[in-house]
Design a protein around this ligand. Structure first.
Ligand code: 5AD
Ligand code: SF4
Length: 439
């Protein structure tokens, strides 16, 4: 068994990274590797990394450092993903025991990189593909999520927001053909997946290279695939958010009633410095389209506080926007300066303490908004897709179509399977979750 090829893979960062890992795992298996559960058991140790904020990349270097002694036992290390692309060959300087460094735009070449690794080569890189038109497609995806099938429809990003590393780490925007997306949707629906989540850094910037379907048309086509009961998509960019997306959701109940639409700031001045290329009014017009739908569509967002030059008044404008939209969920972040980005040249003069204060004010206020929003579900009967269960609490966990967590107690020794659907009556509400009883 000494020659058996084994790997351990740990993933950091976003949904896109989690799904890239599913494709990487599938590719490795296809190359004869077996996945193991710990660094100690593995011949090849891989980290699929994230660099969106500074602590994210530090985590990777800490992890590498924790296990570097294993190198002496003959184990090989590879760094994949956004930190790999961002730091490139510098990783070999900082962690000389690493043999492979590859960004996501080069994963198509993994089989070739792996065979070079096996032949004993060191310092193998996949870093030169950021201008590629090609996407990473594989039929071998090793889906790890038992109830949600991810499909990447667009890779990369061409928006170049001033704070963001993604255009530098994931390369230019490129879409798959809608035919190939539909084929994958049919394939995974055939495997039993009833919920499909379409992924892209800017999922709604999708542009079918064959020109057959718009993004909204693709959503509708996926919803009609046999066996599909729920379709989600993440993340939408306000600049490409068109009315036909709302019309599609309104017309097709299998399209989940949830839109994640990052606003980043409520101040026109800050949005301009961020190069978001919209104003708060322009963003709020998109929100008004969503609000005008016949179905109640849940809205969530991302917000950055403490962007260079954000004044207390700018921050108040963000709070005003929050009060106006009444989001169901807000991911708030303190600005952190990232390599290569235009914002790096701006003076990051707001003390960390003040950034933390603004973030806390924002999250506290948002909690109250959510408390009120979630309480409106009291007494409703919602369809919940089961995701898992919490044995300590004797509870089953799942999500509503609006993406809200729903927990309910379960006494039967036979648990409902992840991916099954139940009707649940909401009997209590919290700011971040709903409590129900199955009916
Ligand atoms: N600092 C803080 N937050 C950031 N984000 C992206 N880049 C940065 C940065 N440099 C946030 C944005 C984005 C989310 C995924 O992460 O809000 O929408
Ligand atoms: Fe992290 Fe962004 Fe890369 Fe996702 S795309 S892994 S969030 S840096």
């Amino acid at each position: 068994m000494a020659s058996e090829k084994t790997f351990y893979l740990e993933t950091f960062g976003c949904q896109m990274n989690a799904h890239d890992s599913e494709k990487v795992i599938g590719t490795l298996r296809q190359q004869g590797y077996r996945q193991v559960e710990s660094e100690e058991e593995a011949g090849l140790i891989l980290y699929n990394t994230c660099s969106i904020r500074d602590k994210a990349e530090q985590k990777v270097f800490n992890r590498l450092n924790d296990y570097k002694a294993l190198h002496k036992a003959g184990k090989r290390f590879g760094v994949l993903g956004c930190v790999a692309q961002q730091e490139g060959e510098k990783i070999f300087e900082r962690a000389p025991y690493v043999s492979l460094v590859s960004g996501s735009a080069s994963y198509r070449k993994l089989p070739e990189m792996l065979s070079r690794l096996e032949s004993g080569e060191n310092r193998i890189t996949g870093l030169d593909d950021r201008q590629t038109e090609e996407t990473f497609e594989t039929e071998f995806t090793a889906r790890q999520n038992p109830y949600r099938g991810y499909i990447t429809i667009i890779e990369g990003c061409d928006k170049f927001c001033a704070y963001c590393v993604v255009p530098y780490t994931r390369g230019k925007e490129r879409s798959r053909t809608s035919d190939s997306v539909l084929e994958e949707a049919r394939r995974i629906a055939g495997m039993g997946y009833t919920e499909i989540q379409l992924l892209g850094q800017n999922v709604n910037s999708y542009l079918d290279p064959e020109g057959k379907r718009s993004f909204a048309e693709l959503l509708l086509a996926i919803a009609e695939v046999d066996g599909v009961r729920r379709v989600r998509f993440m993340t939408s960019h306000p600049r490409d958010f068109t009315k036909d997306i709302v019309e599609a959701i309104d017309a097709e109940p299998r399209l989940c009633d949830h839109v994640h639409l990052p606003v980043q700031s409520g101040s026109a001045r800050v949005l301009k410095m961020m190069a978001r290329e919209y104003t708060p009014d322009w963003y709020l017009e998109r929100i008004s389209w969503i609000r005008a739908a016949k179905r109640k569509i849940s809205i969530s967002t991302d917000i950055i506080v403490g962007f260079p030059g954000e004044t207390p008044d700018d921050f108040i404008q963000t709070m005003d926007l929050l009060a106006e939209v009444q989001y169901d969920c807000v991911f708030g972040f303190k600005y952190s300066a990232r390599p290569n980005t235009p914002a790096l040249t701006m003076i990051d003069s707001i003390p960390d303490q003040e950034k933390s204060r603004r973030l806390q004010v924002l999250l506290d206020r948002q909690r109250e908004v959510q408390r009120a929003n979630y309480s409106r579900h009291l007494g409703e009967v919602l369809e919940v897709m089961v995701e898992g269960h919490n044995p300590a609490r004797g509870q089953v966990t799942g999500r509503s179509s609006q993406n809200k967590p729903v927990n309910f107690s379960w006494t039967d020794p036979i648990l409902p399977a992840p991916g099954s659907y139940l009707q649940v009556k909401i009997v209590a509400t919290h700011p971040n979750s709903l409590v129900g009883e199955p009916i």
